[in-house]
Ligand binder design. Structure first.
Ligand SMILES: [Zn+2]
Length: 263
């Protein structure tokens, strides 16, 4: 009899934990990643694109990416980790001085599914303050690692706009190199996309050298989207835009790399 009661008691605990996890983690993911409730994933802007970069700043890849963005006069949005902001303040300063927008991606790259609401709030504030001390501007954009929010994260909307994405191409993996990233981006980019890419490869599940392929692919993708008349903007610019920007066609000289398009 006692054994029977114990078994049922354990089962009840397991079911309770499963229900709580569903409400705390899975349901918010369905609402945000699936249905886009309470978050921004894409804007209905004709010929507008927002390139966003997560997981940095990185001492090797972020400077290379900033050089490339400068070459094409493209302004981007960086979702940075507070722990790296602390380590590489000069890169944050450079991002800001070169006209990019800086958002928060947690203090460390851990999923909000397995963290308490108060730990997330404390670290988000800490990260935002670090960025504010360097740039003088307090970040208003937040992207949680892997896009995973918990139930209480909806309360963060009082202080942050939560930005997810409408296009990602698995650029955290090196397999397939820059050709795979290039092809996936150029085949799938559409009006109003918020594009998720990475300027660091040291997070869980990523390949350390993966950003080198992202940067190589972007040299090419930037040329192509500008030629197609896309306007690349920061997330804050995109959120302020009315739909249907005029189409501006830019002629950019072809380079040897361009001739490999589609190869
Ligand atoms: Zn991330």
């Amino acid at each position: 009899m006692l054994h029977f009661v114990e078994r049922h008691f354990s089962l009840a605990i397991i079911i309770s934990i499963a229900i709580l996890f569903f409400v705390y983690a899975i349901l918010p993911a369905i609402a945000t990643l699936g249905l886009g409730i309470g978050v921004y994933k894409r804007r209905p802007i004709r010929h507008g694109l927002a390139f966003t970069f997560d997981d940095g700043p990185d001492p090797i890849y972020t400077p290379q990416l900033l050089d490339l963005l400068k070459k094409y006069n493209i302004k981007a949005t960086f979702f940075t980790l507070g722990s790296k902001v602390e380590k590489y303040p000069n890169l944050i300063r450079r991002m800001h001085l070169e006209g990019h927008s800086i958002g928060v991606h947690n203090y460390v790259h851990k999923s909000n599914w397995f963290r308490s609401p108060w730990a997330i709030r404390r670290e988000l504030n800490q990260s935002a303050s670090l960025i504010e001390q360097i740039t003088g501007v307090r970040p208003i954009f937040y992207r949680p690692p892997w896009g995973l929010l918990n139930l209480f994260d909806f309360g963060l909307r009082k202080h942050f706009q939560i930005i997810l994405w409408s296009l990602m191409v698995g650029d955290w993996k090196s397999k397939g190199g820059s050709d795979r990233i290039k092809k996936n981006l150029l085949q799938n980019i559409k009006d109003g996309d918020i594009i998720l890419l990475h300027d660091s490869g040291d997070t869980f599940g990523a390949d350390i050298d993966a950003p080198s392929f992202t940067i190589e692919a972007l040299e090419y993708v930037f040329q192509s989207v500008l030629q197609q008349g896309y306007q690349c903007m920061r997330v804050d610019e995109m959120l302020q835009q009315k739909a249907f920007l005029p189409v501006v066609s830019l002629q950019i000289q072809s380079s040897p790399k361009q001739d490999r398009l589609g190869s």
